[in-house]
Design a protein around this ligand. Structure first.
Ligand code: HEM
Length: 439
């Protein structure tokens, strides 16, 4: 750390209320609040007595890549809900040697073989979803796609042990957990808010379902269920509670985010018919010329660019926080140990300093030859050692589902004025009703 760093209290930022600070502004509209802070105060913004927002791509990279080891993700994440409230404790929210061992146990199962399998499984599951669609009959896109992405994650991670009823049950049970907002207020753990009670009840039932899964024949078979097998037979062997937490986390991390990515991409395509037409043309050729699998994915470069651009404008993960474990300097300011440091995909992905026409949906940005933006200005899957373990699988699934929907149907938005982003644990698209039309 340089000695010239200016004190924390000199960092510019909104003053907020005398007692509650910026809580009200943040909770009312966090996306608008963080964007306004970044535009008004610049690269380092003081959000509260122990909170800062970093907005320069260089600082995002320093935080998530170079200085990853100097931050705790566990303490920042578990504030949303602790273990006693039922919030799982897993690879996602552990640190140091514990995180390394957990990630190491799972990583080999997430190789190219899993992406290949994803490309095959998604084909049949997409077929199942779309078989129920009729031209002219409105659909709540979020509901349809969530069944599909949940089936995908369970069958990819854990084999075909989950019945449709189990899948629907898990979807219902994890909903209250996914609803956790990023409220910066920490009620003491013993305060029994209705949400916490719902989570605790949900987790008890999730427990039973996941315990059955962990002891199922699929768990013994690396071919049928590579991720489940890697977890159950890991070294060191996980305790039943650890195993339950990893399984629950994989389901939560994998299904809602992918669902949001597919739905937001479809909303953008519905708003941009000329881009949708190009996706349809590419997808029609790719599906006719290549069998289900990675080869088909490779035949969808434009659709892939569309998905990357959609992950820029509507990144399902919109906020990432860590706690500093030692004093550090960012942008010439001292950030003391214990400060919660936040970076926001929503803010950086739309920052006009780094993106031309930042608010415009323009997939061409991602085609070969287009100028590239700085690394820390685009991080839908995070950056550095804690980068999303499921990024390749999620991309394969999203590109494939989008291509499959749009080669068959042109989606018209029903009551488009109702569509809004809801920044909960993921950026949920609310109110997306579509009318499938024949091309
Ligand atoms: C479009 C879909 C997805 C998005 C946008 C997404 C995004 C992210 C992001 C931003 C992180 C890093 C968070 C941080 O730095 O604090 C992350 C971590 C993680 N993701 Fe994903 N994810 C997606 C799909 C998946 C899938 C399909 C799985 C697995 C089935 C998965 C499993 C995980 C896990 C286990 C971690 C924690 C990694 C670690 O801490 O070492 N994600 N994801």
């Amino acid at each position: 750390m340089t000695t010239a760093a200016s004190p924390f209290t000199d960092i510019p930022g909104p003053g907020g209320d005398k007692y509650l600070g910026n809580l009200h502004a943040f909770s009312t509209d966090p996306l608008a609040f963080l964007t306004a802070c970044s535009r008004r105060y610049g690269d380092v913004v003081r959000l509260g007595a122990h909170n800062v927002l970093l907005t320069s791509p260089g600082d995002v990279e320093r935080m998530l890549v170079d200085r990853n080891a100097k931050f705790s993700k566990a303490s920042a994440d578990t504030r949303r809900g602790s273990r006693r409230q039922g919030f799982p404790r897993s690879t996602m929210n552990s640190d140091g040697a514990e995180w390394q061992a957990k990630r190491h146990r799972m990583q080999p199962a997430f190789g190219r073989t899993l992406s290949t399998r994803a490309a095959e499984v998604v084909d049949a599951q997409g077929e199942r979803m779309l078989a129920g669609w009729r031209p002219g009959s409105p659909r709540t896109l979020q509901d349809d796609v969530s069944v599909l992405t949940l089936r995908l994650v369970t069958s990819l991670m854990f084999g075909d042990e989950f019945s449709d009823e189990d899948t629907a049950e898990i979807a219902r049970l994890v909903a209250p957990i996914m609803d956790l907002s990023t409220s910066p207020v920490l009620l003491p753990e013993w305060v029994p808010t209705p949400r916490k009670l719902r989570i605790r009840r949900s987790m008890a039932r999730v427990d039973r379902t996941l315990h059955a899964l962990a002891t199922s024949p699929a768990a013994a078979d690396p071919e049928r269920a590579p991720v489940l097998h890697a977890l159950v037979h890991g070294d060191p062997e996980p305790s039943p509670a650890e195993l339950r937490d990893e399984l629950a986390t994989l389901i939560m991390a994998g299904f809602e985010t992918t669902n949001d990515a597919v739905v937001w991409t479809s909303v953008l395509l519905a708003r941009h018919p000329e881009i949708a037409e190009r996706v349809r043309a590419e997808a029609t050729t790719a599906f006719a010329a290549t069998p289900a699998g990675l080869a088909r994915m490779e035949a969808l470069p434009y659709t892939h660019a569309v998905v990357r651009e959609s992950l820029r404008l509507y990144s399902p993960v919109w906020l990432t926080s860590r706690d500093a474990t030692e004093d550090m300097e960012f942008g010439g300011h001292l950030i003391p140990a214990g400060t919660t440091v936040t970076v926001s995909q929503w803010v950086n992905h739309r920052d006009p300093r780094y993106w031309d026409d930042a608010e415009t949906f323009r997939p061409e940005r991602w085609l070969p030859g287009a100028p590239s933006a700085p690394r820390g200005s685009y991080f839908p899957f995070g950056l550095g050692p804690r980068v999303c373990i499921g990024a390749a699988v999620a991309t394969t699934e999203t590109v494939h589902i989008v291509a499959d929907i749009w080669r068959r149907f042109r989606l018209e938005l029903h009551r488009p004025e109702r569509i809004t982003p809801r920044p909960a644990l993921a950026l949920q698209p609310m109110g997306v009703e579509v009318i499938p039309r024949e091309w």
